[in-house]
Every structure is written in C-alpha cells, then in structure tokens.
Design a protein around this ligand. Sequence first.
Ligand SMILES: Nc1nc2c(ncn2[C@@H]2O[C@H](COP(=O)(O)OP(=O)(O)O)[C@@H](O)[C@H]2O)c(=O)[nH]1
Ligand SMILES: [Mg+2]
Length: 313
Amino acid sequence: MAVEAKEKQGTGFFAKLKARLNRGKTWLTGDLLGLGSRPLDEATVEELETRLLTADVGVDATQWLLDEMRKANRRTPGAPASELLRQTALALMQTVEAPLVISAAHKPFVILAIGVNGTGKTTTVGKLAHRLKASGASVMLAAADTFRAAAVEQLQEWGRRAGVPVIAQAPGADPAAVVHDALVAARARNIDVVLADTAGRLHTAAGLMDELEKVKRVIARFDATAPHETLLVLDGSQGQNALAQALRFNERLKVTGLVITKLDGTAKGGILLAIARQLRLPIRYVAVGESAEDLDVFRAEEFVRALVGDGAG
Ligand SMILES: Nc1nc2c(ncn2[C@@H]2O[C@H](COP(=O)(O)OP(=O)(O)O)[C@@H](O)[C@H]2O)c(=O)[nH]1
Ligand SMILES: [Mg+2]
C-alpha cells in the first residue's frame, strides 16, 4: 500500500492557507470585491490583467487565463467575471495536482531535494520526515549539504525532533558519498524512504549543477530506478525569479515534482499559476510556515479557493 494513502488529510490546512496566503488579503477578494458580479467586459478584462500581473501570474499565464476566460464567457454569456476566473484557474491548477505516491515497490524510495540557497530545502526535508514517519514509514535523512556545518546541524535537529536517523559526514565531505552512505545504511536497516538534503550555493552555479548531477549518478548506480523523486523546492515569495530557477534546474536535473514554500509571507500566490502554465510539473506540496504542520499536499481546489475566493462573496 502506498505510504501517502495512509497520510491523514489535513483539514486545518485550508484555513491556514486562506489566512496566510498573501496575508489573507487576496488580490481578488480584497480591493476587487466589486468585481464579484461584474460580467467580463473589456474594462473588467483590463483591470483583471493588471491584477494578475501584480499577483506574479506573469505575462504568459495572464494572457492564457484571459483568453480562456473569454472563451468560457462565449459559452456562458453574462457569467460573473470572478466565477470565470475561478473556473479557469481551477482547470489550470488541476493539471499540476498530482500528489507524490511513495511506492512500496521501491525500497528505499529515494527523494532528492534540490533548489537554490534559502528556498526551504532543509526545512521541507524535515517536515516531510515528520509527515512520512507519522504515516508509518521508516525514514532516513542524508545530510548532503556538506558546504556548511550549520546545514548539517539544522538537518540533525529536524531528525532528532522527528525521531529519524540522519547520515552525515564532516563538513566539506563529498555530497555524493554522503548520499551513498545513507542508501547503503537504509538498505541494511530496511528503511522505506531516504530523503537527501542538498546544498543550494556553490562557488558557481555550474558547479552546483555538476555536483547535483553527480549525486544523481551515484543514486542511480545504487538503484537504476532512483531517485524516485527529484523534488525542486521553490520560494513562493520570489515570484517570477522562482520560475526562472525552476527552468534552470529542470534543464539539468529533470525535476519530477515541486514544493512551493513561504506562501505565508509576501508571496502573492499567482506564481503557482505561472508555474502550472509554463513548467507543467506536478506541485507535490505547499508550505505556509516553519513548523512541521505547515506543509501539506497541494490540492488545486483548496488553493484556488484560498486565492480567488469560493464564489460565496
Ligand atoms: N515563513 C516561512 N519560512 C520558511 C518556510 N520554509 C522554510 N522557511 C524558512 O526559510 C529559511 C531557509 O530555510 P532552509 O530550509 O534553511 O532553506 P535551504 O537553504 O533551502 O535549506 C529558514 O529560516 C526556514 O525556517 C515557509 O514555508 N514559511
Ligand atoms: Mg539547507
């Protein structure tokens, strides 16, 4: 049975997402409340366009959304603009709703967390360790950010709190060797899931990609089907910059899933629409804070309701 299926559905998460996303004042339900019952006339389209662009949706996804809304409007003339937007955004976000399934067929199931410095990789790995352990899986962490001693200590602290072992070496060790150690230990101890944390900054960006490719090669040598998930962690408050990072990482490392963090800060949330439209990669998880319960599976319906309201007002 898939581990994820046993995870509890976090019903309290929607309330947190709604309250914290864009600090509770979304660009639609806030000062555009009056849009509610307006039809999609050209003035409304123009206002929406500005609104979408300021919300980090980006030029490409904004044009696509407005085109789709116009088409929907021709099918159901006079429909409220807010409802057209809700439906169109939902259809888009459903294309990237694909929760990570941790298959018991792969043992250990190997998850490699990557991303630039400070996006929340270590925190996400720690949160996932909690979550997977709570679902009954045995978990091991690999401290492959060997760049700074503090990074190893930060992961060890998450490991202690979650009650899962952390495999680490001295600062400066070869990240690929740390991951290899962890895989060997995990196999010996019959561990279900290995989560590998990695560095986000090296002397040059090219060096980082080379290093991560090497980690991937070492994992694949251990198990040709691994890593089973290459999870790119993006900081939602970085807007279009997060999208640029994603394109760069995906080009070199074939990302299989995304985590969008920090949706509780200044993030406007619209970046998820841009990501869905331009990357078309599954959004596995979203995070709205620093503690373990602040991470949950991405659910399109919930996200769109938090972002543009549920049509009730
Ligand atoms: N507000 C908020 N802070 C977060 C979230 N995820 C991570 N952080 C914080 O962002 C900072 C960088 O996180 P870290 O996991 O060390 O990033 P890394 O460099 O990618 O490993 C830390 O202070 C985290 O506590 C989140 O969802 N919301
Ligand atoms: Mg880190």
